[in-house]
Structure formats: C-alpha cells, structure tokens
Write a protein that binds this ligand. Structure first.
Ligand SMILES: Nc1nc2c(ncn2[C@@H]2O[C@H](COP(=O)(O)OP(=O)(O)OP(=O)(O)O)[C@@H](O)[C@H]2O)c(=O)[nH]1
Ligand SMILES: [Mg+2]
Length: 368
C-alpha cells in the first residue's frame, strides 16, 4: 500500500502546487478563497476505490458465502474494488477455497502465511497489499454483514478518517457480553476514545490512517486509539451482526487479559514514548519520597535512643528508596533510547507549498 499511497499523495501534492493562486505580494496578505480550486478547499478527498481486507483462521465453510455477499454489495456501490484474504496458517482447507476464488476472480488477492502469526500481522500484510482509497476490514466468519459496508462509507463521506463498527444489538451469550462491556468501558475511560465496541473487526479506514500506524503483537484492537492520538477523526456506527454459523470461535477469556496488557502498552506508546522520564520519573519520585519519609522518621527515633535495627519498617523504607532511584534510572535509560529513535512523533495532514521542487534542493546541493 505504501507505494500506491505514495503515488497518490504525490499526485495530490503536484495538483496543489500547480493550483493557480497568488498569495505572495497580495495587499492584505490573505488569499482570496475564490481563486482556490475546489479540491484544495475540500476537506475530504473523494473515495475512488475500495480494498476489503479479511484476515482469517480456519473459516473454510464461511468463505464462499462471504465472497458472494461482498461482491454483491461492492458491485452495487459501483467503485473499483479488490478483496484481499489473508490466510493466517489455516489447517481446514481455507487455502484451497481461497485459491479457487483467486482463479475465478481477478479482483481477489490471497496472502497465505506459513504458520499462524496472529491477526495484527495478517492485517498488516493485508494493508500493505491494499491500494484502495478506503480500506475495509472484516471478520471472515460471516458475523459481519457485507451489506453494512455502505453505512461505514457514509461515515467516511461525512468526514471521518476511521469508522468502527458497533455490533448492536449483540447476538452473543451474556458470558461474553459482560466481560466485553467491562473491557470497553475501561478502554474508553483510560484512552478517552469514546467507542462502544473496540473488539469489532468491522472497520473502514481512509488509507492515510494506515500509513501512519505501526501495528505489531495484538495491537489491532487499539487501531482507533492509535489513530485518535495521531490526530485522525475516529467515529463509530451501529452495524448489524449475525451469530456464528460455521466453524469455531478462536477467542476465549484469555483475550481480555491480553487485551489489558496491550492497553498498558498503548497508553504508554501514545502518551509517554517521547517523554518516558515523565512516566517513570513520577513513579520513582513518589516511591523515593515515601521511602525517605519512613527512614527519616526511623532516624529521629534512633536519635531519641530507640532501637530500630529489627523493625520491618526499616527494610521497607530502604526498599522504597532503592526502587525509587531505579525507576528514575529506568526513565533516563528510556529517554536515551527515545532520543536515538528516528520515528516521527507528529502527523501531517497536508503540506501546502509553492516552492518549486528544484529550488528547494539547489541550496542543499551547493553544500555538498
Ligand atoms: N489472521 C488471523 N485471523 C484470526 C485469528 N484468530 C481469529 N481470526 C479471525 O478473526 C475473526 C474473528 O474471530 P472469532 O473467533 O470469530 O472471534 P469473535 O467474533 O470475537 O468471537 P465469536 O463471536 O465467538 O465468533 C474471524 O474472521 C477469524 O477467522 C488469527 O490468529 N489470525
Ligand atoms: Mg466471530
């Protein structure tokens, strides 16, 4: 996707640079809005093509129906589209079904992993292969309904960069709904991203969102959070869903535990990666001060003639001071790692410039 996206962005930039507007030398220094061409003022670029990315594990029975429903809906939308199936080490013959679909339809792409690498990896592989202006992800188990795609697209048309499905009403047992709603409310509170259903795999993205996000491990659940912190507009829309018909569910209770570890990672990544000492430093400082207070108190008692050598409190105070200092040092080490990282910590929506490409670099060349 990088390549396709890069080409598209360049095209936009060229168009923007070529736009016949005069700003320099104007009396009031403000551009006349009437002279801007429409696409410059348009907040939302037009959607001209759609990629659907479907990560899957052992869903052979569902795939043919999923394919037919997808094609039916997308043909009605009447935009060019591609279907990218990412088979994450299935052992139930899903690969064979996908190869048959590929042979039949040149809009189908199939990526087969050598073994199971997890949903995030499958999504990344799909995103890299996708070249649409919009990328839609969905589950392969027929629980997400392709006919809902226009609803997601409508949200993007209305200005969202990422729209996440909210399975409503939900057709799952209470044993799954309860932990899920607890999980969702914790994520909502801690991240400030107000979605009801973080685990919903049915989402639509403008392609520039995906270019900005680095996924690994199981962070796919938190793409909306990562996108929100990069400055993208994240919204939600209710989607119908169906109960699982074929195959087996891949996720049990352990998903929630893992989800919480990932939440800590995401909170740290979105808020402290660029200033880790602010995180570790505070923990360290508080621990150090409490430890120091305890030891100061014991020191006073010692001066007053009381024996303190056998008091557990002494051990506790010393422990806190050592841990506090360690946290401070962790923070400094993390700062050193961060300072050598070349990853950008900002996201540019667009760069409007009238400096001709050659002029921009002549000066640079002279220096060599
Ligand atoms: N690529 C990839 N996809 C997976 C993996 N595990 C599950 N999936 C897919 O993710 C989607 C959702 O998985 P499900 O097991 O249906 O999870 P769920 O919908 O939350 O749970 P149920 O409601 O019980 O079905 C399905 O399309 C699966 O095929 C995996 O390890 N890798
Ligand atoms: Mg499912």
């Amino acid at each position: 996707m990088d390549e396709g996206l890069g080409i598209r962005q360049n095209t936009n930039d060229e168009q923007q640079v070529e736009t016949p507007v005069k700003i320099r030398g104007r009396g009031n220094g403000r551009p006349d809005a009437g002279t801007f061409s429409r696409h410059l003022l348009n907040e939302e670029p037009e959607i001209r093509s759609i990629s659907v990315v479907v990560p899957l594990l052992n869903e052979a029975e569902s795939l043919p129906q999923l394919y037919h429903e997808l094609v039916e809906t997308l043909e009605q939308i009447a935009l060019p589209f591609e279907l990218i199936f990412v088979d994450d080490g299935s052992t139930d013959g899903s690969g064979r079904v996908l190869r048959a679909l590929f042979a039949e339809d040149d809009r189908v792409q199939v990526i087969q992993f050598r073994r199971n690498f997890g949903k995030s990896s499958a999504l990344v592989a799909g995103f890299e292969a996708a070249s649409g202006d919009v990328v839609i992800t969905m589950d392969a188990d027929l629980q997400d309904i392709p006919a809902e795609i226009p609803r997601l697209l409508a949200e993007l048309h209305d200005g969202a960069d990422l729209v996440s499905g909210w399975k409503y009403p939900r057709h799952d047992p209470l044993s799954k709904r309860l932990p899920s709603s607890f999980f969702n409310s914790v994520v909502r509170r801690t991240t400030g991203v107000r979605l009801h259903d973080f685990n919903c795999g049915f989402k639509a993205y403008r392609s520039d969102v995906l270019a900005e996000i680095h996924l690994y491990g199981e962070l796919h659940r938190y793409i909306p959070v990562l996108a929100h912190f990069r400055g993208f507009r994240v919204t939600e829309t209710k989607v119908q869903h169906r109960a699982r018909r074929y195959g087996r569910s891949k996720f049990g209770a352990s998903r929630f535990a893992r989800g919480f570890f990932d939440l800590i990672t995401v909170l740290f990544l979105t808020q402290y990666t660029r200033r880790p000492l602010h995180f570790f430093g505070w923990i360290g400082l508080v621990t150090l001060v409490v430890g120091f207070g305890i030891n100061a108190y014991l020191a006073v008692l010692w001066f007053l003639g009381q024996g303190i050598g056998t008091r557990p409190l002494l051990t506790f105070g010393v422990l806190l001071m050592i841990i506090g200092a360690q946290f401070g040092l962790f923070g400094l080490l993390a700062e050193m790692i961060t300072s050598t990282s070349r990853q950008r910590d900002y996201a540019v929506r667009r760069h409007l410039s009238r400096v001709p490409f050659d002029a921009r670099y002549t000066h640079h060349d002279d220096l060599r």
